[in-house]
Write a protein that binds this ligand. Structure first.
Ligand code: IMP
Length: 196
């Protein structure tokens, strides 16, 4: 039996932090201190970017760190936007601008299959590095619906839903956690951390 772990979160995205904290409790996520600068995400894979962020934060704080690199991969766009999901419509693009661009690119395309991917990189107190991946398969809706979640959620129709077709943004937080890429990756991490 091990105690609850405190981990510094290598992200300032409050949506990600909230979703991860819900699944990882009673392990606790500490906010990224203001003095820590996140490195540029210049990797070409989710794994590279997650490790870049987690290593930078572990080095700056001297303690355990957790990074989440995630995005949406769209079949008909050859896997785009992928690791560029946060910057699809430009460096400082808003979620809404990214979503508008994606739906514009998809206009007239019959194959609307897409998947969310989440790669978690965890650096332990002993410097060990572990990766946990989660995936959520789905399709892109023709138009956005719902106000929950963030990012591309209003246009993402997850496959793993029973009954009525809903976008990720129309789900309760617990329903999203149960099937999302992040929920799946975080449960694998929680299992590795053990029950306090
Ligand atoms: P990152 O900060 O480089 O990992 O970029 C993550 C981006 O992927 C976010 O800004 C969103 O655009 C998208 N994304 C990741 N996870 C989700 C999710 O759960 N819902 C909707 N969009 C997501």
């Amino acid at each position: 039996m091990r105690g609850a772990v405190r981990i510094v979160m290598a992200s300032r995205n409050q949506h990600k932090v909230r979703e991860l904290a819900r699944v990882l409790a009673p392990h606790a996520l500490d906010p990224l201190p203001d003095f820590v600068a996140l490195p540029p995400e210049d990797g070409t894979t989710f794994t590279e970017n997650a490790l870049l962020k987690a290593r930078a934060v572990a080095a700056a704080t001297g303690g355990p760190a957790l990074a989440d690199d995630s995005g949406i991969v769209v079949e008909a766009l050859g896997g785009a936007p992928g690791v560029w999901s946060a910057r699809y419509a430009g460096e400082d693009a808003t979620d809404e601008q990214n979503l508008d661009k994606l739906l514009a690119e998809m206009r007239g395309k019959a194959d609307r299959r897409a998947a969310y991917v989440c790669m978690l990189a965890m650096i332990g107190a002993d410097g060990s590095e572990r990766l946990f991946e989660g995936r959520c398969e789905g399709r892109l809706a023709l138009a956005p619906r719902g106000t929950g979640g963030f990012g591309y959620d209003p246009a993402f129709l997850p496959d793993d839903l029973d009954g009525r077709e809903r976008t990720m943004a129309e789900l309760e937080p617990g329903e999203k956690d149960a099937i999302s890429h992040r929920g799946r990756a975080a449960r694998a991490l929680a299992a590795a951390l053990g029950t306090p």
